[in-house]
Design a protein around this ligand. Structure first.
Ligand SMILES: C[S@@+](CC[C@H](N)C(=O)[O-])C[C@H]1O[C@@H](n2cnc3c(N)ncnc32)[C@H](O)[C@@H]1O
Length: 672
């Protein structure tokens, strides 16, 4: 791990991260949602060209309550070839006013530049093509001069976009912080709705994919989705949540009319907009007012004191979007706490090789659900082990191996009390710092007669007697990645032949994901090692492309001496209605059976509720893999063991082979 610098090693969330609001520092967001400080609180409006920018802002922001405008920067009648011929290049470019008409913060907080929609860099018409390139470069240069945070690029006109992408890619190389949002309509006709006579399957995702591949997945190239009145399937829409979508533009024609004549959205559109809010995607209203009541006084929830004549025709659309925003449930406390960790890559803990810090133990100890599950498991094991009639005479020997600062000791003693069973506990811990806390705890609680503290590595400890029950929590996000199998191999020497291990088994799970954000964050390190490393991460902006599948299972106690090496080949089928997609890597999870029906885990379909000790794990791919609709992704995973370390290797073998990642654990390994 030393070769890879990420951040502090984590299993979950430990550091508070500030989220920077990139767009708009304005006072009137869509509403207040407890804890939500993401950009989706802000709503924009697409405007026509107007060289009176102060008026544009006053009318759309101050009067109507929008947060920002998407405004053309250049007069749409302008064509470079015409101007240059007439003025020999000395003409003033027809921009929407001088930079001084707005303050720098108004430009950067309230204006997204809209690049002229006439540009067509792949046109057969050479004059148009050259004009387009010139205008694009002039407008982006002006937007950079104004320090705009983003520019909206028009949708590619034809089926090919190589020249457009080349020009954008050139611009991206020299761009400071500005983002370029490529406008893409959300369009995909489903297979079964395809006209038998039509040989073209429309899927606008393909257009985006070509463009971003040509631009080498540049992190400042993002998407603005045009939401039309009909929507493709859920699976197809879900793909976009793994892409770098920054905005969704809803045309007034995509709104329905409610019984009172006001604009509203279909149930599916509402659900989609709520998902956009949850993924920090800003809504932008575009088009003319097409609803009967839009000229009438609208909802006054924003409390503007403007006369009716000043009312903005699109205000009812904004009010409706605000209503959808405010209708969302408040973020649960845990989600609120975890907001800053969304899609933030962290290096996994190595509790065997490293000594955990007090702060890390403290985070674990706050996770009540984890210890409740352990207590339930110990209760069941005690009841199975000691019948009622022997409860007062038989003492169960329970060993907590890897006791940390003692929460599992406490959970075990509480289980003994709950079941009325007698217990003798050994708390085995190799971290000398945690031993200090354990001693203090035992003294404070008066457990000296019941609990013996052992400062030792469980693999080398010579136990004075054998245990009935062995309790441990050495599980990583991927189950065995904190080396529970290797540690318990050493500890099971002192478990009675018929003894119980809690956990009794654990399985890792894997699922292919699209996550442009994670891919770009790994890529930003510009080396191979970071692409061959697993990360702990609260995966949020991702598309999960197929259900997860089990990978490796370990069962305890292990009667045989089977190896801890493993190999698994998996086949993930991409649903037909998803369309094509890009796989950036794999999300990993675990599920553990503590005892009988008591389980603990983070695999999404069976995850233990309200538990926050573990985020998922992410295994990246060096080059994203394209998968077609209905295709099968063949994935290989290995768990490899050496005398000093354990590591994973992984690769894709179909539809296109990837290199085998992390050969010999050269980039990422877990120390024994
Ligand atoms: C994930 S922490 C769990 C701590 C505690 N049981 C809890 O639930 O909060 C794992 C603990 O096991 C300890 N540990 C890991 N490997 C060990 C080994 N081989 N022998 C003894 N302790 C070990 C670590 O130092 C750490 O305190």
């Amino acid at each position: 791990m030393d070769s890879v610098s990420v951040v502090q090693k984590q299993r979950c969330c430990l550091i508070q991260i500030l989220i920077l609001n990139r767009i708009c520092n304005k006072k009137m967001p869509l509403g207040e949602r407890g804890g939500d400080k993401t950009e989706s609180r802000y709503c924009g409006i697409e405007t026509d060209f107007n060289d009176d920018m102060p008026h544009v802002l006053d009318f759309n922001l101050s009067s109507a309550g929008f947060d920002f405008v998407i405004a053309p920067l250049m007069d749409p009648v302008y064509r470079p070839s015409l101007v240059q011929k007439e003025s020999l290049g000395s003409a003033v470019l027809p921009f929407a006013g001088s930079d001084l008409v707005l303050s720098p913060s108004q430009w950067s907080s309230h204006v997204v530049g809209k690049i002229s929609s006439w540009i067509d860099l792949d046109s057969e018409d050479e004059t148009l093509r050259i004009d387009s390139e010139t205008a694009l470069k002039q407008e982006i240069s002006w937007a950079s001069h104004l320090s705009l945070q983003a520019c909206l690029l028009p949708t590619p006109k034809g089926t090919t976009c190589a020249n457009y992408a080349r020009c954008v890619n050139q611009i991206l190389q020299g761009l400071s912080n500005m983002q370029l949002w490529l406008r893409i309509p959300v369009e995909k006709n489903d297979d079964d709705s395809t006209d038998a006579n039509s040989d073209t399957l429309v899927d606008s995702w393909e257009m985006w994919n070509s463009f971003r591949l040509l631009c080498e997945h540049h992190s400042q190239l993002c998407v603005a989705l045009d939401i039309l009145s009909s929507l493709p399937s859920e699976n197809s829409l879900s793909r976009w949540f793994g892409e770098s979508v920054r905005a969704s533009i809803i045309n007034t024609h995509s709104f329905l009319t409610n019984a009172r004549g006001y604009p509203c959205l279909s149930k599916r559109h509402q659900k989609l907009v709520t998902r956009f809010f949850n993924h920090s995607i800003q809504i932008i209203i575009s088009g003319n007012s097409v609803h009967p009541k839009t000229s009438v006084v609208a909802n006054v929830s924003h409390n503007h004191s403007v006369s009716d004549s000043q009312r903005h025709p699109l205000r009812p659309y904004l009010d409706y979007v605000g209503y959808l925003y405010q209708k969302m449930d408040p973020l649960p406390e845990q989600e609120r706490f975890e907001l800053g960790y969304r899609d933030f890559l962290q290096a996994p803990l190595q509790p065997l090789m490293d000594n955990l810090e007090a702060q890390t133990y403290e985070t674990f100890e706050k996770d009540a659900m984890k210890y409740i599950q352990y207590q339930r498991a110990v209760c069941k094991a005690l009841l199975d082990r000691v019948p009622d009639e022997e409860a007062s005479v038989k003492t169960t020997v329970l060993m907590v191996v890897g006791a940390g600062r003692g929460p599992l000791v406490r959970a075990s003693l509480q289980a003994a009390e709950e079941t009325g069973r007698k217990l003798k506990v050994y708390a085995v811990e190799k971290n000398p710092n945690a031993i200090v806390t354990l001693h203090a705890l035992i003294k404070l609680e008066g457990w000296e007669d019941i609990v013996t503290i052992v400062s030792s590595d469980m693999r080398s400890w010579n136990a004075p007697e054998k245990a009935d029950i062995l309790v441990s929590e050495l599980l990583g996000s991927f189950g065995d990645n904190e080396l529970s199998p290797e540690c318990l191999d050493g500890a099971e020497r002192f478990l009675k032949k018929d003894g119980i291990s809690i956990p009794s088994s654990y399985t890792s799970f894997l699922q292919p994901v699209t996550s442009a954000k994670l891919y770009n964050d790994v890529k930003a390190h510009k080396d191979l090692a970071h692409f061959e490393t697993a990360y702990v991460v609260k995966i949020h902006n991702a598309a999960r492309l197929a259900p997860s599948q089990p990978v490796f299972t370990f069962t305890h106690p292990r009667l045989d001496r089977e190896s801890n090496e493993r190999y698994k080949k998996m086949h993930f089928v991409i649903p037909n209605d998803t369309g094509s997609a890009i796989v950036h890597g794999f999300a990993g999870y675990f599920d553990a059976t503590l005892y009988k029906d008591v389980h603990l885990g983070i695999e999404p379909s069976t995850a233990t509720p309200n538990m926050f000790s573990w985020f998922a794990i992410f295994f990246p791919l060096r080059s994203p893999i394209y998968v077609g609709p209905g295709s099968t992704l063949e994935v290989n995973f290995w768990r490899c063991c050496g005398p000093k370390k354990v590591w994973y290797e992984w690769c894709v073998t179909s539809p296109t082979p990837s290199p085998i990642h992390n050969t010999n654990g050269r980039s990422y390994w877990v120390g024994l």
